[in-house]
Write a protein that binds this ligand. Structure first.
Ligand SMILES: O=C(O)CCC(=O)C(=O)O
Ligand SMILES: [Fe+2]
Length: 350
């Protein structure tokens, strides 16, 4: 199928192909507020990671507490002073733009075949399964445990490798803090997910300007399959999250990352930290880019509720069946991206 970028680049485009039109009954305009307006009653938590890493024990304990609250109440938060260099974030954004600007036939080399292929380029989410297509092109790369990178643009490999190393370091610290916030040993999540061999999927999303934004969708309401997603955007609005049954816009502050809880953390925390529904809206003015790093357990890890958080005799029974992460990912191959439809298959108590 034609990429969204090639459609958006056609001269004098005033309407979108019918295959991209969604029924308007699930409008993306029913938004309560902007969750990134600081000081507003409902504002997304901002966490200073430098205090988690280098703070005094008291400062660290405070951040752990904030992390726990953020995971439990929002499932989404921003991090600042995270240790990833500003220049690296900027270089990565630039190099992703350069990738999408390559000729179509150069990108087609990576056209998606299987969900576990190391480099995949495509449009929408899973077009074979979809009635209407999403206004989004993507580049997805497995960057860990084995690192992959496209050969073009030539600078891509070096920048991506450095970015991955830096984001992995930050994620390890975050997972320590999150483990502690659950009342578990700091190394719990690292061990339970075999983080040394964790599956990390890099995904760059391109949402070109759309002449009929009200009829199109960037991404539908979904939760992420992984443990945590670390998201970087080019500061163009479009991300919306569901919080206390209302949709909120999230526009990150400069040099921050948006972090969200994924399905695997919901399973491991036995439902305490829920993966949160989010979606992407498109606009008719500017190209929006988001770059996610979906940090998962290793392929072979069987993920189930942490035994310490489960007690059959009290009112804490296990809420989920255990499943191997690789099998969980494979289900995606034959699924549509829809709400929490995959996690829901593994619930034990409704
Ligand atoms: O574009 C965004 O802000 C969100 C992207 C996203 O949810 C995803 O790639 O899973
Ligand atoms: Fe997502």
């Amino acid at each position: 199928m034609a990429s969204v970028k090639s459609i958006a680049d056609s001269p004098n485009l005033t309407s979108i192909p019918s295959s991209f039109i969604f029924a308007t009954d699930d409008s993306f305009d029913d938004v309560a507020a902007d969750a990134s307006l600081q000081g507003a009653e409902d504002s997304i938590p901002i966490i200073d990671l430098s205090l988690l890493i280098n703070g005094t024990p008291q400062q660290r304990a405070k951040v752990v507490n904030e992390l726990g609250k953020a995971c439990e109440d929002w499932g989404f938060f921003m991090v600042v002073n995270h240790g990833v260099e500003e220049k690296l974030m900027k270089d990565l954004m630039e190099i992703c733009v350069e990738f999408f600007e390559l000729k179509e036939e150069e990108k087609r080399e990576y056209e998606t075949k299987h969900v576990l292929d190391p480099i995949r380029y495509g449009t929408s989410f899973n077009p074979k399964m979809e009635k209407a297509f999403f206004w989004r092109d993507y580049l997805k790369i497995m960057v860990h445990p084995k690192f992959h990178a496209p050969t073009k643009p030539t600078r891509f490999r070096g920048i991506l490798e450095e970015y991955c190393t830096s984001v992995r370091e930050m994620t390890r610290e975050l997972l320590r803090g999150i483990s502690e916030s659950l009342g578990l040993e700091g190394c719990f999540l690292e061990k339970a997910t075999d983080l040394e061999s964790s599956l990390i999927l890099f995904a760059a999303n391109l949402y070109p300007p759309c002449p009929q934004p009200e009829l199109a969708r960037g991404l539908p309401s979904h939760s992420d399959l992984c443990l945590l997603t670390i998201l970087l955007t080019n500061q163009i609005a479009g991300l919306q999250i569901l919080h206390h049954d209302k949709w909120f816009n999230v526009n990150p502050i400069p040099n921050s990352f948006i972090i969200n809880v994924g399905d695997q953390l919901e399973i491991l925390s036995n439902g305490k930290y829920e993966s949160v529904l989010h979606r992407a809206k498109v606009n008719d003015k500017a190209t929006r880019i988001s770059i996610g790093m979906a940090v998962g357990p290793s392929h072979e890890t069987v993920v189930g509720p942490a035994p310490q958080l489960v007690n059959e005799d009290t009112n804490n029974p296990p809420m989920f069946k255990s499943i191997k992460y690789k099998d969980y990912m494979e289900i995606m191959q034959s699924s549509q991206l829809q709400e929490k439809s995959i996690l829901d298959r593994f619930r034990l108590h409704l």
